[in-house]
Ligand binder design. Sequence first.
Ligand code: ARG
Length: 658
Amino acid sequence: MNILAELRRRFSAALAESTDDPEQFAQMVRPAQDPRFGDFQANCAMPLAKLIGTNPRDLAQQIVDKLDVLDLCDPPEVAGPGFINLRLRDDWLEAEVNAIAFDSGLGVQPVETPRKYVVDFSSPNVAKPMHVGHLRSTVIGDALCRILRALGHDVTSDNHIGDWGTQFGMIIYGYKHFLDRSSYETDPVGELARLYRFVNTLCDYPAAKEKLPQLEQRLAELKQQLPQAREQAKSDKKLKKNVKRIESEIRDLAGTDDRAGEIAETQKKIAAVESDLALRQAMQEHPGIARSVRDETARLHAGDDDNTRLWEEFLPQCISALQQVYQRLGITFDMTLGESHYQAQLGPAVDDLAAQGLAVESDGAMCVFIEGNDAPFIVRKSDGAFTYATTDLATIHYRVRELGAQAILYVVDARQSEHFDLLFAAARKWGYAETELKHVSFGTVMGEDGRPFKTRAGDVVGLESLLDEAVVEARKIVDANDDAKPDGPELDDETRSKVAEVVGIGGIKYADLHHNRDSDYIFSWEKMLATRGDTATYMQYAYARVCGILRRGGIDPTELRASGERIRLDEPAERSLGLQLCRFAEALDAVATEYRPNQLTQYLFETANLLSTFYEQCPVLKADDEATRNSRLRLVDLTGRIIQHGLSLLGIDTCEQM
Ligand code: ARG
């Protein structure tokens, strides 16, 4: 049972006579920050009293009088200016924790009205460097699928790979002109990635060459304007804004100590070609390469035989390379319907939008205009090409009509938020207003240098090497920990390797999951694998410690669970831990409300902390009497199960011994 939700329902009923919107005020029931004030606290009396013009303490008392909670709670108390403090009844809490201990779902009941979800995640552009952003999408998306399923929803995971974009024009062109056949034979995907980078570098060069002098001139102008603008701002404060604007534009162009500016980026693109003999030569021989690459893409899209054949040759190789990464991460998809899957549906989609008067022509392009947005949503460019937007619209149509989706989640980098705002607005006009469309956006993974984190090689292979590195780092920790055991090491080499894999991969995943997904975060091995603190490692050790206690006590967990021994929550540390275990369902619901896996990581972290306090205060194997020992063993076992199950819902494995 989700206790918090139950209390809110009770409050909602009690508030019905005082307000038209009891729900809103019932939401103000929260877990208490300080256990001295009980287990939960309701702060709704103050704002509601203000609204209806009455005394908050009196109102709080009226709410309490109407509140029907005595089956769950001790009599509620009104405190201070009108807080309502709730403490769960000890007998009720004990009964609840025992019910959970006997429940295979650990107290999580399936939702009453399951929904059909399609979760679009990972979705890398194949044959193109896959970056840690795709890893973050993969990890968050997978966790959401697992959690929504655990809540009883019907979830389809869909890897919407970019398998039809301009990168194919690049590798087709590269294949035709720059292929290293022997590399291609030994490592096709590596060679395709090389071709992509090679051609991409060439395509960027002419534009960079043209842009550089303009940028330099602009910088010179700004630098000249600055002293005068500063002078003017001294006498007229309003002109300070002007100074700020100039300074910020200068920073964008010239960069700062920890961020390269546009000029340096552009110079880098030029230098990449000019400093490399092969690229320099290729540039001379292929001056119009950008245009030719576009033509190759267009030919592929038009069904040209050669290009189709090459695409059909490249794609399975790219997919199997991705597959290796997914396998390592323990992630599977229900479907991998890439952009190419929707090709035949793009024309009809645009026609339908046009027929309904939603898409109109503008400068030769077909656009959907969204109120309050200057930029139109372009569904067909003036050269006839369809766009990322068109594919996404056709995909919504497919997911709703063919898959019966009621909710579609897009686990994609925050930098695409404008695209999704426009997409969702266009889809609503097109008749999909009933479908929940949600951009589950996330921030950038930064390196310790403050710039977007890049894997060493910057490609799929690079991502794999990142996973390898994680496991190598994890191995050091596993070794150190095992070597330091008071009775000497317990693990053989093979076990240590297995544990290192679980710790390394778990650490990477947890780092992506435990941050508020909206924020950027800095990638740090040290923080990621710390054995204390908010890390997977800490919780994996907490789980292994539980298993260790049972092992040392010679206890078979299955027998223990079947024994019918009851958990008692006599000591404060037992009670706090027991209450926490009863809140597992609440944590999962909290993830589902806004699609935030960090609600679960936070819950697990708190659980592991309460377990550790419990160990400090309550001996388990050495408990005073048999009944206490058995009760504590069951409590510890239940905690271990919840940590293990919670981590598994995040896609993180555990080991019984580490
Ligand atoms: N392939 C895109 C990228 O790598 C992400 C696709 C996300 N999904 C979608 N339906 N637009 O940036």
